[in-house]
Design a protein around this ligand. Sequence first.
Ligand code: IVH
Length: 675
Amino acid sequence: MSQTLSPNVRVTQLTEQLNEYNYQYYVLDNPTVPDAEYDRLIRELQQLESEHPELTSPQSPTQRVGGEALTAFSQITHLKPMLSLDNAFDDDEMQDFVRKISEKVVSKTQAYCCEPKLDGLAVSLLYEQGQLVRAATRGDGLVGEDITVNVKTIAAIPLTLRGNDFPDQIEIRGEVFMPFANFDKLNQRALENNEKPFANPRNAAAGSLRQLDSKITAQRGLSFYAYSTGVVNGERAAMANSHFEQLQQLKMWGVPVCPEIQQVDSLEKMIAYYQDILTRRASLPYEIDGVVNKLDSIEGQQTMGFVAKAPRWAIAYKFPAQEELTQLLDVEFQVGRTGAITPVARLAPVFVGGVTVSNATLHNRDEIERLGVKIGDHVVIRRAGDVIPQIVSVVMAKRDESVTNIEFPERCPVCDSEVERIEGEAVARCSGGLFCAAQRKEAIKHFSSRKALDIDGLGDKLVDQLVDAELIQTPADIFSLDKERLLTLERMGEKKADKLLNAVEQAKHTTFAKFLYCLGIREVGEATAANLSQHYQTLDKVATASTESLQRVDDVGEIVAKHIFYFFKQSHNQEVVDALLGAGVNWAEVHQRSEDELPLKGQTWVITGTLNQMKRDEAKAKIAQLGAKVAGSVSKNTTTLVAGEKAGSKLTKAQDLGVNVLDETGLIELLTQYE
Ligand code: IVH
């Protein structure tokens, strides 16, 4: 069809089609075509434009690649100053905020708009007759820098507004940010090239946007959400008298707005919104550092006015800081299940991310070298969500001569065996194997954990006690425990001992996948164990499989194949396996599913919200094992949305689109049905 159209008409058609796809992707959060189709159209447009340069408009979707490098940014005076925000740190300060508003603005129900506080940088976009003509950083609020060419490379920002009822001139304000996925990719690349990674997505966004060479900006995967307007002129559009409605207008004109924004009508609901976003913070695809609450009525906003540079009608309710300063007091070395020796930082206790932290992981020797950290140093530590606290950097300016080097042990701190460091591996390992009490303990804890043999009552403390009292040495010894010996332990009564022995008996009946998982073979997680079980069906076949054969199993690469192969070659592992079987551990025959028996084949599932009974990865693996594709966002192609607790915009969207929704209980029911 394209050949029969004049180039002129085809260019217009392609531009409209590409803009429509962008709108679906960034504003509606509902992509309708695969990336490959988008790329194909872009290439066709590029081809036409290179054959007919006169048809290339500055607003063409091909113009997102960046232009000539600049030597400096020029300055731009904002048509209306860009304000900043006052902060609230607790519910009382929020109450003050609301009280001051209700004293001045009289209304029966006072509506507020609640929004995530995006952690990027503020920009102001100027559209005239629907065309993006200028973009500026906030600067000092009055004068910013001209970053128009850079901003034009950001695919989320429309070069032309949609429709025709937008104002003649409008300043659109919002945040440019880097989604975590792109931040991780960027830092990964930096590490591969021996460059310094960015400390956080905000720095990465700022560094990417303020590039004199916009071709670099174009490659950084920046995104944008609008959160307010500046000057609005012209007769065409009346802006709504509600902030929330104004944001809906922006969406209609093709400008993305954060899907988490909500209109509420009381202080209690604002606080509930804060709590909800705080618990979902780690599962959002971008960094936020609080929520912003705004009086919704624009008239009301005008009545409130502003003090200094901050409006009285808006406030940022900040999350507890995720980064804090403290001192590294000492480094201890812990031995894990596979003998990996992890340096653990002992810190002067500090309140960060909402809890008091006194330990942080230092990962391995490479990490210590990268940080250049010494004992006694002042360090920045970060605790984000439930992630283990990390040392981010050393404050060199605070270092004095009392600091000492961190010495890696030559021998295992638990069993005194030699420490091995394999070429090319960052991790140092104790060579003691199951001779090492630390490794034994961890192996047994793993063995009895919920996802493995699930021995109720055999928790970490009891395992430590049992190994220390030499009642058990290997996981298989659990099955020869008797009541008499159990009762010799401290804090062990008749009842508890009976319960434990009963649980041990119950645990003997398991599945083949769980059995493979419980052995604790390196890098064989639950999903890999399930794949092995499906592929081979019998223990004999797994134990005698070659590394080539193992690599034919889903999810198993060269390294994992070697771990499995060598595990079964070692006689002490074989002895444990035999002892387990000898003790009566058993499972029902594996029923192999054929390709067309996969019950969820051809389906697309999405998971959102908090799951309480399993990790999200686990749910994902199990759904994938039944043949479904697990995607990140809800669209009309989604078959089922699994909505855990506190599900947000994805749930609303699924309901709007009539997508099937399952809660966690429903998911578990379905999974057990196919187990
Ligand atoms: S409103 C008068 N809304 O926070 C309104 N700001 O600390 C001024 N920010 O410079 C801004 N998310 O960069 C607003 N939903 C949001 C925001 C937000 C992030 C940033 C913005 C601003 C800074 C003020």
